[in-house]
Design a protein around this ligand. Structure first.
Ligand code: MTE
Length: 331
């Protein structure tokens, strides 16, 4: 018999986005003939920051071929103790340096071409492979999870991500027992991503986790959000969500998974070695060299709330770091 202990982030049902809102959104999308319809969906939820939705929501012109896969069933083990951030905030307040080093990159990110999209799996694996995103989506069942997201810049949001556990990609890859890290890489193409013309950044964006972290239940590969394919500005067609780490670890628009026994020097470790490290676990007691991490601004509200150790996921992940106390675990 399966005995399920309630998680601390279990969301009282009254706080969750009701199913009918999702279903109505879907019906509306279908009726309107708009699949990634930032503009159509904007009218469904109030934006409380005084911006008009016409200004705030970018147009998303092309249709994602995976749209019919969504919405996907919610995995009830991954819920929240706070409301979901309204979609328009996630669509319009982004970090995606490939499209500019500011928050309003949404329009520019529409230049991202997401088909064809080939994912390479290489390095210390039984057999290197390349797989198209739609073939990958056909292999692995998708589920929805409600996760927190805490940016190192001290703002936070909550997101209904769709996707599958990173551990399933690892199983598909069949790494050798000598592999200790998975290094992920974003596309590198300045013809569609104007930020990549800024040659002082160490493109392509890379991130990495240990094999133990990759196999942790919480490590999630995102293909959708808010009941449809993930928007380009949020990292289409494949991004990572590591909710216990600062947001920069959640790499967007992944084209490569490389298995290795060498700890990688990632994009932010190269860009700011005194400020960013490999582990980057959320900890309110360890300030960033330039600001406090004790609290966070909750996007879509006027609230500032205390930050939690491991962003509230200590029970699930603290064990990963036993014996590593000498490391800079929190940067
Ligand atoms: N991935 C890539 N390829 N490029 C980026 O600039 N920014 C990171 C992360 N992944 C980034 C990235 C940072 S700093 C954060 S906080 C999150 O993406 C932001 O995700 P969001 O825009 O969906 O909120």
């Amino acid at each position: 018999m399966l005995i399920k202990n309630p998680k601390r982030w279990d969301l009282p049902e009254r706080m969750a986005t009701p199913e009918d809102v999702f279903l109505n959104r879907r019906a509306l999308i279908k009726t309107a003939g708009l699949i990634a319809a930032g503009t159509a969906l904007a009218g469904l939820s109030a934006c409380d920051d005084g911006q008009s939705m016409e200004e705030a929501t970018p147009t998303v012109p092309d249709v994602d071929p995976s749209a019919s896969l969504y919405p996907v069933p919610r995995n009830e083990s991954y819920k929240l103790d706070q409301p979901i951030t309204p979609e328009e905030f996630n669509l319009t307040y982004n970090n995606f340096y490939e499209f500019g080093s500011h928050k309003t990159i949404a329009e520019n990110a529409q230049n991202l071409r997401i088909r064809p999209w080939t994912v390479t799996i290489d390095g210390m694996v039984e057999a290197e492979m390349q797989i198209g995103i739609d073939d990958l989506l056909a292999k692995i069942p998708l589920e929805e999870r409600l996760y927190r997201h805490r940016c190192v810049e001290a703002w936070s949001m909550t997101v209904p991500w769709s996707g599958f556990p990173l551990s399933q990609l690892v199983e598909l890859a069949k790494p050798l027992s000598s592999a200790k890290y998975v290094v992920m890489e974003t596309f590198n193409d300045s013809s569609m991503a104007s930020g990549q013309k800024q040659t002082w950044w160490p493109w392509p964006y890379t991130e990495g986790v240990t094999m133990e972290e990759a196999m942790n239940d919480l490590a999630f590969l995102v293909t959708g959000a808010y009941g449809k394919p993930v928007a380009k500005q949020m990292g289409a067609p494949l991004r990572l969500a590591l909710p216990w780490k600062y947001g920069f670890k959640s790499i967007k628009s992944i084209v490569k998974f490389h298995f290795t026994d060498k700890r990688p020097t990632t994009f932010w470790m190269q860009s700011g070695p005194r400020e960013y490290g490999f582990w980057a676990n959320v900890n309110p007691d360890v300030p960033h060299p330039r600001w406090s991490q004790a609290s966070e601004r909750v996007l879509g509200t006027n609230e500032r709330v205390p930050t939690l150790l491991y962003n509230g996921y200590a029970e699930e992940v603290a064990g990963l770091y036993k014996g590593l106390e000498g490391e800079r675990l929190y940067m």
